[in-house]
Design a protein around this ligand. Structure first.
Ligand SMILES: Nc1ncnc2c1ncn2[C@@H]1O[C@H](COP(=O)(O)OP(=O)(O)O)[C@@H](O)[C@H]1O
Ligand SMILES: [Mg+2]
Length: 301
């Protein structure tokens, strides 16, 4: 029998819980990602249920395999991964140590620098000490996703608006603004998916552009395969497992910069990873299964 079928049958006998929701600012997106994964696994006739994660109900998680569909704090930052590992529960995606680095945009960039992987220059700053000198900058909350707490500042007015929003964070990261094109590359198991160029209707790929139908276009331009190599190098060097999505900016001269690595990429209707997979004939069910399979059979705890 083909080994894929054997793996499928082994996984069919396991009790799987799709963990979604959580308590981060990306809760609503996680619910969408979770619902999509749950219905796919049900459709593939796995022994699966959904579990809405809250800060106070982790102890109720009871399963053989946790399919983590959480984004942001609590779910993508090593907390749930540590908890599941302590209970001996197998889970999808990267381990706790890797998750802790990748959720933190500052620590990720320190690693990228150490690996000589190009990333826009950056520094940490107390929000109270931020200054705008006229050159465009990007200010980012360090542990959020979905463009929450990301501000592109080009004018004094942008700066003032950003400060209002960022005042809820103590420290933020200031990053060099890269004027140019935006790309992302997904990795699933051993596969590097086609390069997507993101074209937003908005000033940048903000929350609205990410999740409103029609507010961003996913293009598949030819000639950018070098980004696949850089994405794979980044995924491997940071120790990601089973799945990730590496975001890039390309400056006007065509020089690529890695801006972040997402260890639990969104799987909603407008998400990039399912779109890239579909481009090479991997449908949503197949994508969900591949993430499960590589996570379980290539354990790196
Ligand atoms: N250094 C940068 N230069 C230009 N645009 C950027 C830069 N960093 C981020 N952006 C824009 O902001 C968006 C969100 O930033 P990102 O760091 O990917 O955070 P998130 O985790 O919220 O996706 C990006 O998709 C891109 O459109
Ligand atoms: Mg991003």
């Amino acid at each position: 029998m083909n080994s894929e079928i054997v793996k499928f049958q082994i996984l069919r006998e396991k009790k799987i819980l799709v963990l979604y929701g959580g308590w981060s600012a990306e809760r609503d997106i996680s619910c969408l990602t979770g619902k999509a994964i749950l219905s796919s696994l049900l459709h593939q006739r796995f022994n699966v249920a959904g579990f809405d994660v809250r800060e106070d109900n982790l102890a109720d998680i009871d399963c053989d395999i946790a399919y983590i569909a959480l984004h942001g704090t609590g779910g993508e930052d090593g907390i749930i991964q540590d908890f599941l590992a302590s209970k001996g529960i197998c889970y999808t995606g990267s381990n706790a140590t890797v998750s802790r680095v990748c959720i933190d945009k500052f620590r990720t960039k320190q690693k990228l620098d150490a690996l000589n992987i190009p990333t826009p220059s950056y520094f940490k700053s107390k929000v109270a000490k931020l200054v705008f000198k006229g050159e465009p900058i990007v200010c980012k909350a360090m542990n959020e996703g979905s463009a929450i707490g990301v501000h592109i500042i080009k004018t004094q007015e942008d700066f003032e608006r950003a400060i209002l929003d960022l005042s809820k964070y103590n420290e933020v990261m200031v990053e060099e603004y890269i004027a140019g094109r935006e790309f992302t590359v997904g990795i699933v198991g051993d596969l590097v998916l086609p390069v997507i160029e993101i074209v937003s209707a908005n000033e940048f790929y903000d929350f609205d552009a990410k999740y409103s139908l029609g507010k961003s276009k996913h293009l598949f331009p030819l000639g950018f395969d070098f980004l696949k190599d850089l994405a794979k190098k980044t995924h491997d060097a940071l120790g990601c497992r089973a799945v990730s999505r590496v975001d890039f900016m390309l400056d006007k001269a065509g020089k690529p910069f890695v801006i972040e690595i997402n260890t639990i990429p969104g799987m909603t209707e407008t998400s990039l990873l399912p779109d890239a997979a579909a481009k090479i004939g991997i449908n949503f069910d197949d994508l969900v299964f591949r993430i499960l399979e590589t996570s379980v059979f290539n354990k790196v705890f």
